[in-house]
Each structure stands twice: as structure tokens, then as C-alpha cells.
Design a protein around this ligand. Structure first.
Ligand SMILES: Cc1ncc(COP(=O)(O)O)c(C=O)c1O
Length: 483
């Protein structure tokens, strides 16, 4: 075991002017630049054994641990050796949510692909910075190429590209900042963005960050399928014209958070292009289905969007965080976000530094785990992951008692349900009690509220969930509405 945080025995008191400094920290704490460091290797081996054991125990443990003990938070005076650090880590692991349990069905957080775990570890070891080319020579290029690959696969025009971001909230914020900048409306707090009432809450945050007035994020009604109502959208656009207000973006959602509905992208593109409006598609949940031959038709029109958010962390199993903002014209990213980096060497060739094409400055090479994960899955793996998820949703939907349960589901891998007969208040009691009962049986589902009504939501993106688990889940759900 490495000596961990212990100070080197060779105490080197450094003289700086007349003042004695503390001893230099042991160099054992950093991997040797001259030879393979046996202590680091042992540390990593032991850490990965413990992680593998934690993952292997998922089936026994259940998706949610009981309240666990946390290790000390403050650093000890002398620092700790590796063994103690690993024991502390173990305590945190024991209290962690377990996405690999087959009953982990509450959220859009599937188990991580093994290649993405490995790539994340390597990424930490490389400690490169996507801020600038010389701090991440290979990773900067990899990020550009992966974004180009996604844009091309979706069918976006030539000149398209993108940037990685730490989560869909940030991708959506960048998209709106970009759209407003392109429209030249940065100084107009009354400029409007329109999105359906089921669009993700990240747009509310974006509107606040952007200093938009309280009625500048305007919601548009959805129809019975949870898709944006085209009629209401058109009425709202007309009303804005009457009021002399400018709209800088229309947001479409490809996969809404509660039921997985996909807005009519092609129709929205037609409306937006007629009025020269920016169309942003929040495809954090559903955009990825455009990679699969059997589901790409669900996203018809996606390729025409001006910008698209994708979250490979959601269904592809790329370890968090992994999100991309794709744009039809990558020059727009530069004109919106570039400030110049006066303390950094110019980029090589024609390209632009990674810190100049988005909101983040220093950022890690998150693209590494996305790239390695895609390489591990291969085309067949990607298709089957997506198709299986939809198959599981279909299967469960057919098993649920629709005479008692109202099922809200789009064409993707999530569904939400609530009993027909209950009023809002009774639906809360039902959702709370049923969720508790399901958790006793090691199923974790979520409990969203929409228009005052409580639902149970089930996300079927966990590849460990077998049909037998869904049989058991449906029996419990159906029992919950038996009178
Ligand atoms: C449709 C949609 N967009 C955006 C987001 C935000 O993504 P993130 O949590 O990665 O910030 C979510 C999160 O669930 C979402 O469902």
C-alpha cells in the first residue's frame, strides 16, 4: 500500500527568505514521472476491485440503500494512507444509489457502460483540459469529431458540429443564449422563447440566468398525447406580433420528461423556417433514438433544427455527465461564446479552442467516455439498447390494467400512470403508498406531479430489467388499484 498522505521521512525544510516553510508534501502522493509507480498501481487495483464488488452486489442490495454512515469530511492533520482512504470510499459506496439493480426504474439514470467507467478513470489520470488545444491535443480533436459524427448521423447540414457540456441543462442554456445572440436580442428582456408546458424545467432556469422578464418564457399547451399544440403555438406567435414582441426561439422536446412525448418536429421546422425563427430541439431523452434504424422515423424533422441537445448519459449508459449541444452551423458557437483567450497560445490550424465554443471554461475530456462507450457498443449494441428499452415499455404497458390505470406514454421508453377514478388529492395518497410498497419489493419508481395530479413514472432503460421483473412490477401496480 502506498504511504498515502504521510509526509516523506526526508523532511526538506525549504528556506524562503528568512522564513521556514512546512515540509514539502511527499511526492508519493503524485505518480512518479520516471517509473511505473507500484503504489499507484496497487491503489488503483484495490479501488477497482472494490468497485467491481459493489457492482456485483447490486442484485442483492436493492436500488436504494438504507441510511448509511458517512466518513469524516475534514482532512486529518497528517493525511491518510491508501488503505484508510479506500475504507472511507467504501462507506460512501455503501450509501450510494445503485443504478445496476434491475428494479432501478425511477429516473433516466441507467447503469454505466463498462467502457465509460474505464474511460472516466483514464480521463481523471490524463487530467487534460478542454479549455485549450495545448491542454488537450487529442481530446479536443476527439470532441470535434464525435460532435461531427453525431451531426452527420442525424443528417444535419454540412458545417454542423457541436460541443460537449456537463449535462442537458447546460446544453439547453447554451442553445437559448446562442439563439438570442443570433437574433440580436441580447438587450431585449421582453424577447420571448416558446416551449410546450411539458418542456423541461431547465428552460425556466435558462430564462432566469438570461435575465428574461417573467413572461418571456411562454408555455404552449400540449394535446392529449403530450405534444405541443400547433394551433396554440400559432396563436401565441400571432399574439406576439400584435404586441410587437420578438420571439428568438421555439423549443421542441423530443422525449418529454414525464411521458416521453415527441413534439411534431417537421411541422415545427416548417413554422419556424417560414418566420425565420430558431428551432431548438431538446432531445436529451429522445434524440438518441435517431441513431437507430427502427426508431429514426419518430424523430422526422430533427435534422432541420438549428440546435439539438442530446444526453448520451441517459439511455446509452455513458457515465455522467455526458451531454452534447449540436448546431447546424458551428460558426454560430464561436460568434456567440468566443471572447479570446489572451493567456493561451492560439489554437492549431483552423480550429477554435474548446473554451471558446461554449459557456464552460476549464472542463474535463468527458468525450472520452462517450467515444469509448460508442466503440464498445458498436452499431448493433446501440440499436439493441434502444429497441430493448422500447420493447420493455410496450411489454409493461400491455400488462397494466388499463381499465383502472390511465397510462400516459409516448413512443419511447418511459411511461407514467395514475388511477382513472381518483381526484388529485387521492392520487397523491395512491402514488405515495404504492411507491413505498414497490420499494419494499425492490422497485424504485418516481412520483412526478403534473397539473396537480400525481403519477408513478417508470423508466425502462435499465438493461438488467428482465421481463420477469416487469411481470412482478405489473402485478404490484395492478393490485394497487384493485378495490
Ligand atoms: C427533456 C430533458 N431535458 C433536459 C434535461 C436536463 O438534463 P440534465 O439533468 O442532464 O441537466 C432533462 C433531465 O431529465 C430532461 O428530461
Amino acid at each position: 500500500m502506498p504511504s498515502g498522505g504521510r509526509m516523506s521521512v526526508d523532511f526538506r525544510y525549504l528556506l524562503a527568505g528568512k522564513k521556514y516553510l512546512r515540509p514539502a508534501p511527499s511526492l508519493d502522493l503524485f505518480a512518479s514521472p520516471d517509473h511505473l509507480d507500484p503504489d499507484l498501481k496497487l491503489f488503483l487495483d484495490e479501488a477497482s476491485s472494490r468497485l467491481c464488488a459493489w457492482l456485483a452486489n447490486a442484485g442483492q442490495s436493492g436500488p436504494l440503500p438504507s441510511l448509511s454512515v458517512l466518513p469524516d469530511v475534514s482532512p486529518s492533520i497528517e493525511g491518510l494512507p491508501a488503505k484508510d482512504l479506500l475504507d472511507d470510499l467504501q462507506l460512501v459506496m455503501e450509501g450510494a444509489y445503485q443504478p445496476s439493480h434491475p428494479g432501478a426504474l425511477a429516473h433516466l439514470d441507467p447503469p454505466p457502460l463498462t467502457a465509460s467507467i474505464v474511460a472516466d478513470l483514464i480521463c481523471a489520470g490524463l487530467n487534460n483540459n478542454l479549455l485549450a488545444e495545448e491542454l488537450s491535443p487529442s481530446l479536443s480533436r476527439l470532441e470535434r469529431q464525435i460532435c461531427n459524427w453525431f451531426a452527420e448521423r442525424i443528417g444535419m447540414p454540412s458545417g454542423s458540429g457541436g460541443v460537449a457540456a456537463s449535462g442537458g441543462t447546460l446544453s439547453n442554456l447554451m442553445a437559448l443564449v446562442l439563439a438570442r445572440h443570433k437574433a440580436g436580442l441580447q438587450n431585449d428582456p421582453s424577447a420571448v422563447v416558446l416551449a410546450s408546458q411539458d418542456a423541461h424545467v431547465s428552460f425556466v432556469k435558462a430564462a432566469r440566468v438570461m435575465g428574461l422578464s417573467s413572461d418571456s418564457f411562454q408555455k404552449v399547451k400540449v394535446d392529449s398525447k403530450g405534444q405541443i399544440s400547433i394551433r396554440h403555438l400559432q396563436e401565441q406567435l400571432t399574439q406576439l406580433r400584435v404586441e410587437g414582441r420578438r420571439c428568438f426561439a421555439v423549443v421542441a422536446t423530443a422525449g418529454t420528461t414525464i411521458r416521453g412525448a415527441i413534439d411534431p418536429l417537421q411541422r415545427l421546422h416548417e413554422i419556424c423556417s417560414k418566420d425565420d425563427l430558431w428551432l431548438h430541439v431538446d432531445g436529451a431523452i429522445g434524440g438518441i433514438f435517431s441513431l437507430c434504424n427502427s426508431t429514426a422515423h419518430l424523430l422526422k424533422g430533427l435534422s432541420k433544427a438549428n440546435s439539438i441537445t442530446l444526453n448520451p448519459q441517459k439511455l446509452l449508459g455513458i457515465a455522467k455527465t455526458s451531454s452534447l449541444l449540436l448546431v447546424a452551423n458551428k460558426v454560430d458557437l464561436i460568434s456567440t461564446f468566443s471572447t479570446g483567450l489572451p493567456y493561451i497560445e492560439p489554437p492549431w490550424g483552423e480550429e477554435v479552442h474548446g473554451g471558446e465554443i461554449g459557456l464552460q471554461g476549464s472542463r474535463s475530456g468527458e468525450v472520452l467516455k462517450l467515444w469509448l462507450g460508442l466503440r464498445q457498443l458498436g452499431e448493433k449494441g446501440i440499436q439493441s439498447l434502444l429497441e430493448q428499452a422500447i420493447y420493455r415499455r410496450n411489454y409493461l404497458e400491455q400488462k397494466l390494467n388499463t381499465s383502472k390505470l390511465n397510462i400516459n406514454s409516448g413512443p419511447l421508453h418511459l411511461l407514467a400512470c395514475t388511477p382513472h377514478k381518483l381526484d388529485n388529492r387521492a392520487s397523491e395518497k395512491w402514488a405515495t403508498e404504492t411507491r413505498r410498497k414497490l420499494l419494499d419489493n425492490k422497485f424504485l419508481v418516481s412520483r412526478p406531479v403534473q397539473n396537480g395530479r400525481h403519477f408513478l413514472k417508470i423508466v425502462l432503460g435499465n438493461p438488467h430489467t428482465q421481463l420477469s421483473h416487469l411481470d412482478q412490477l405489473s402485478v404490484l401496480m395492478n393490485q394497487s388499484v384493485e378495490s
